[in-house]
Ligand binder design. Sequence first.
Ligand code: IPD
Ligand code: CA
Ligand code: CA
Length: 262
Amino acid sequence: MEHSIYLEAAAALARQAGEIIRARFGGEFEKEYKSCPSDMVTEVDRKCEEIIIAGLQKVFPDHVIVGEESTDEARAYPDGFTWYVDPLDGTTNFVYGIPFCCVSIGLAFGGEIVAGVVYDPFRGECFSAAKGSGAFLNGRLVCVDPIRKKLKEGLLVTGYPSNKTFNKRLLRIDYHRVLESCTNLRALGAAALELAYIACGRLTGFWENVLRPWDVAAGSLLVEEAGGRVTDINGQKLNLEGYPSIVASNGLIHDELLEVLS
Ligand code: IPD
Ligand code: CA
Ligand code: CA
């Protein structure tokens, strides 16, 4: 299947949204709470989503579009094309003035991710991948970290849910055990961009317990196309539906990482 038309459309819209994120960064914007005060949405998230959805609808009127700020139901669609849009991943960073956020747009066909773009507007880095064609950073082929073969050599990254009701799930992880097993552990605050960093070898392994399909759709394909491995937290195939848990890595440390998370 030829994916370049999808990637080009997604990258152009991600850059357009990214321009808005960069222009509004550090300024005044309206904020609202979603599930609780730590779960924020800003007028910038909504504006970016509006632009991306309108742009996709114009070019692909038959496709289903699942956008974080406009869709309650995040299910998988077994037939045809479905876009998963996170217009601003890293809203908390954005609100607090930390320039680590991205736009994430993934495309599934028949329930399988076939194309994805993650765009970092602060560094002008556009990560893209299409099924079977490799992963790219600004057009240059990238691969996962080929050097760290053992968990103890790996730099790991994780994230914490914005919705406090999911914090209970953190109890199943022994953070002390994880820290003893690896070089160090980061939490950078934008899941899609963290996955892109796994894909280009800057980080070795990532996990997070409660995410949404738009957080992981594009990034999981980036990791796989860069030669890495992606599973759920039990080592099974990642299921996009609902509230996926994810483990992504350079592949070499994956089994060890699953073991330490179990
Ligand atoms: C959040 C970020 C964060 C992750 C949260 C997500 P948002 O997405 O990806 O890194 O830890 O679980 O909800 O709300 O900034 O799009
Ligand atoms: Ca997100
Ligand atoms: Ca978001």
